[in-house]
Design a protein around this ligand. Structure first.
Ligand code: GDP
Length: 298
């Protein structure tokens, strides 16, 4: 697994120009702050967050000579401080099964993330059942079966087009009967039919609550880092459709800067349970705020 942000260009290279990093070359003035803001916005951090982070850095330092390293360290500290509040592994509950509902738009990496999580849980000695709740996408069901095989976890499916809630109910019954530790339920990602999706998710929740009033214990929203600021829009939308309890950000192994995570943390404060760092089964890592901040600030 590559460290977070290996391929990302440094934020500050352009801003500070050449010279030695530890040389206090430039005076911290409005112009420099504006350039800093622009860099943060270009890194998908969002305008509000970029403004706040820069103003925190400016506080008590205006008119002073600063080095690139000092700015970089301050920036990394600010980002890590915001991110520490949301870096949290998926909470585990004693319920059998703990039900994890997984939501997100198609292509975000739901299927892959479910496979990776199932594999991690399995390795931790937990028994897992997966329900292929996106019954309208045959390809998604097949893909989930492939992941289930890889992880050594049973995947419950239903005929194409059948009611996802009834599959969820059956899966819940089976998981309870087997005393499974975890039930992970995949869901459809058709955000373009918002009303349908809302009804579908609500119905799944309704039926599994017949079996356990506390379920689902987690509602995991999967987001794709390469969609940049769109991740904010998706989070807003899914929070209206479901009781989102935490996030997984996928595809942080690519060129995506991942700055949107800072905006997400700032705006919603939802826990970030894990990050996707590749297409293989082991490519799911805990979210490390300091590593992330260091990588983002280059
Ligand atoms: P779903 O439609 O939300 O279920 O998305 P999938 O799980 O099928 O993933 C869509 C594509 O993204 C697939 O090609 C995955 O291999 C890829 N993918 C998922 N997670 C990651 C990740 O963390 N890194 C990379 N590079 N690709 C990923």
């Amino acid at each position: 697994t590559e460290p977070q942000g290996t391929h990302r260009p440094g934020l500050l290279g352009r801003l500070m120009g050449g010279g030695r990093e530890d040389e206090p070359r430039r005076v911290l003035d409005d112009e420099m702050l504006e350039s800093l803001e622009e860099l943060l916005i270009a890194a998908d951090m969002g305008v509000d967050t970029a403004l706040r982070v820069t103003s925190n850095i400016a506080e008590g330092r205006m008119g002073r000579r600063v080095s690139a390293r000092e700015i970089k360290e301050l920036l990394a500290e600010e980002i890590a401080r915001v991110m520490e509040t949301v870096a949290r592994p998926l909470p585990l509950y004693p319920s059998k099964p703990q039900v994890v509902l997984v939501v997100g738009v198609n292509g975000s990496g739901k299927t892959t993330t479910i496979g990776k999580l199932a594999s991690q849980f399995k390795a931790a000695g937990k028994s897992v059942v997966i329900a292929a709740g996106d019954t309208f996408r045959a390809a998604a069901v097949e893909q989930l079966q492939v992941w289930g095989d890889r992880a050594g976890v049973p995947v419950l499916t239903a005929p194409e087009g059948s009611d996802p809630a009834s599959l969820a109910f059956d899966a819940m019954t089976k998981a309870q009967a087997e005393g499974a530790d975890l039930l992970m339920i995949d869901t459809a990602g058709r955000l373009q039919n918002r009303a349908d999706l809302m009804e579908e998710l609500a119905k799944i929740v309704r039926v599994i609550r017949k079996k356990d009033p506390e379920a689902p214990h987690n509602t995991l929203l999967v987001l794709d880092a390469t969609t940049g600021q769109n991740a904010l829009v998706q989070t807003e939308a899914f929070r209206q459709l479901a009781d989102v309890s935490g996030l997984v950000m996928t595809k942080l192994d690519g060129t995506a800067k991942g700055g949107v995570l800072v905006a997400l943390a700032d705006k919603f404060g939802l826990p970030i349970h894990a990050i996707g760092v590749g297409e293989q089964i082991d490519d799911l890592a805990p979210f490390d705020p300091e590593e992330f901040a260091a990588a983002l600030t280059g």
